[in-house]
Design a binder for this molecule. Structure first.
Ligand code: CTP
Length: 407
């Protein structure tokens, strides 16, 4: 059986159009291909097809109201927005397209759209004059510029018995478009990517260490993004409070820079790329005391520090044609100058610069603001975004967005 949509979470929005009967077929096709389908229907949609049919086909209760009528439980559109890998509104009426364009959140489908973190597709269905109308065309253009993907209405006989453009695209075609979308998203399939993340702890004695405030969030977000696009990820991480589980992410937990170095150097020859987001301690105590160091009243304590090996520079020396290395630079002054110097000295292909001068960027935050510099002189600056979104931008720049660009 063809399970090309295996495990994909799809929110299917259904609105009030004659074409809603085709949504039943669409649901069945998506489920047969392995997708989990959560239907959200507008009040008008229910006039055209019953939730009973749709919940039987999808295997899940259909969501329509803000609250479940029986027990008053709240349907969380925010949770749906996070759960989904994709949302498709099929059929999408002129009214729903207008509400989506302007954020008129008077039903569950629109609130779900406004909370959606995943890509959104719409398959318009309406009479030919409505399709042609300048308002509809303007709304479609606006939605497109907002990042919504339009599955164009097809030509044919319409509910009004007129012939022309306005029929919702056939369910089989919609499924093929969604399959193609997921296939392109997996453009890193077969690639092996090493990612370092988090801080390192350098032992002073059995109970103390030298560390830093790195949370590991950026590296974990990168690991998840690469894995979502099909890559096999080896995540070598220092101590963090984070957890993840993805079948394509293998995690090696380390503590010190030396352990991270050993694991990275050992794995790198097999890798297609290394993304080095760890905040590696530059120095460690020359010798970790075997017993807890005791306080001596009135005396200073001097720790002798010795340099740690530089993982990025070592991998830069080992690098073979076809392998890419991406480093990070956290700078406080003359940021670009220092970042470019680091990229060249360590033989990196890209360096992701975040400045400590930017509010909300860098260590510990959920957000980051980066500039990506490439060895061949390109520069791309991004605004303040969540680390998840920053991870997407970084992966887009390094590996391209489709199989054709991934190199
Ligand atoms: N890095 C590394 N191993 C080290 C130190 C740094 O792999 N021992 C990597 C980091 O993961 C990052 C890049 O090198 O990708 C730059 O790190 P940074 O600490 O800013 O650079 P340093 O060379 O340590 O320079 P600085 O003097 O600014 O600390």
């Amino acid at each position: 059986m063809d399970m090309s949509l295996q495990g994909k979470h799809i929110v299917l929005g259904i609105t009030g159009s004659i074409a809603a009967y085709k949504s039943a077929i669409l649901t069945r096709l998506l489920v047969k291909k392995g997708a989990e389908v959560q239907i959200v229907i507008t009040p008008a949609g229910k006039e055209f097809i019953t939730p009973v049919t749709l919940s039987a086909l999808s295997g899940r209760p259909v969501i329509s109201d803000f609250f479940a009528s029986g027990d008053g439980t709240w349907h969380s559109h925010v949770d749906l927005g996070l759960w989904a890998d994709l949302m498709v509104v099929a059929p999408a009426t002129a009214s729903t397209l207008g509400k989506m364009t302007h954020g008129i959140a008077d039903n569950m489908l629109i609130t779900t759209y406004l909370s959606m973190k995943a890509p959104v597709f719409v398959a318009p269905a309406m009479d030919l004059d409505m399709v042609r109308h300048v308002t509809t065309q303007r709304n479609l253009e606006k939605l497109k510029s907002d990042g919504v993907r339009i599955i164009d209405a097809a030509e044919g006989e319409l509910a009004s018995h007129l012939e022309g453009k306005g029929r919702m695209e056939e369910p089989e075609k919609i499924v093929a478009i969604l399959e193609q979308f997921f296939a392109e998203k997996c453009h890193l399939a077969g690639k092996k990517i090493l990612i370092t993340a988090g801080p390192t702890y350098e032992r002073i004695d059995p109970v103390r260490f030298i560390g830093n405030f790195s949370s590991g969030k950026m590296g974990f977000a990168l690991a998840e993004e690469c894995a979502a696009r099909g890559a096999e990820v080896l995540l070598i991480t220092g101590p963090t409070a984070l957890s993840l589980s993805h079948p394509r992410i293998r995690k090696i937990d380390v503590e010190s820079a030396q352990q991270m170095y050993d694991a990275a150097v050992n794995a790198f020859p097999e890798m297609d790329a290394a993304i080095l987001s760890a905040a590696v301690a530059d120095y460690r105590p020359e010798a970790a005391a075997e017993q807890k160091i005791k306080r001596t009243e009135g005396e200073n304590l001097t720790l002798a520090l010795t340099p740690n090996p530089d993982i990025a520079a070592t991998l830069g020396k080992m690098k073979k044609p076809g392998q890419k290395i991406i480093g990070f630079a956290l700078e406080t002054n003359d940021e670009e100058y220092h970042a470019i110097k680091k990229m060249e000295q360590k033989n990196l292909d890209y360096i992701v610069l975040n400045s400590l001068q930017d509010q909300g960027a860098g260590f510990g935050h959920d957000t980051n603001k980066v500039t990506i510099l490439s060895r061949n002189g390109e520069k791309k600056s991004f605004g303040l975004k969540t680390k998840k979104e920053v991870a997407k931008d970084i992966v887009d720049v390094i590996f391209g967005t489709t199989s054709n660009e991934s190199g």
